[in-house]
Design a protein around this ligand. Sequence first.
Ligand code: NI
Ligand code: MN
Length: 228
Amino acid sequence: MRPQITYYGHSCFSILIGGKNILFDPFITPNPKANMVDVSTIKPDFICISHGHGDHVADAVRIANQSNAQVLGAYEVTEWFVNQGVTRCIPMNIGGSVNLGFCTIQMVKAEHSSSFPDGTYAGNAAGFVVKSSVATFYYAGDTALTLDMQLIPLTATIDFAFLPIGDNFTMGIKDAARAAKLVQCKKVVGMHFDTFLPIEINHSEALEHFENEQLQLTLPIINQTFQL
Ligand code: NI
Ligand code: MN
């Protein structure tokens, strides 16, 4: 079955793949745009954290505790979770892969910064490439356009990519379209847009730009599930 993708706002997605749920970067309760999401119902098997910024980790400890999910992230990220009492962690670093049975997850480079809201150093910001027999996808995290993205299609055929498009803190629309070309993927799910004033985007302009570049952009709707 094709993966089922549920959007929880900002850069938070849950992806049901191979019968398991992987949650990325939960930032829900502080996000007024996501106030229809009932966090207590989110029970993933794994939680991937791209970096330590508050808009990527806000609900992670709570969801890890209520679900007993394992948390994957940079070593410095998982150390912080251990200090918060979340002991089921898989520490990684850029370039490394872990085999979870139903999929493998590789941590890849992101061009961004990373520290926790309490000031704790969080290592390097990262993205993830998830490879499975049903689908392979790239979750970019927060990143600028970077030539390192060209390395991804050397070892993975990306079916769809989650790319930040909100500009200001990450890539904007045009760089996200360039990134899709570097990773050789036509199907893009936009993220990190509209949450705050500086990252509001013009939806029709974004959709038109991707169409002109022969790419397919999905602007997900919060609390909705879709397939690609
Ligand atoms: Ni960030
Ligand atoms: Mn962010």
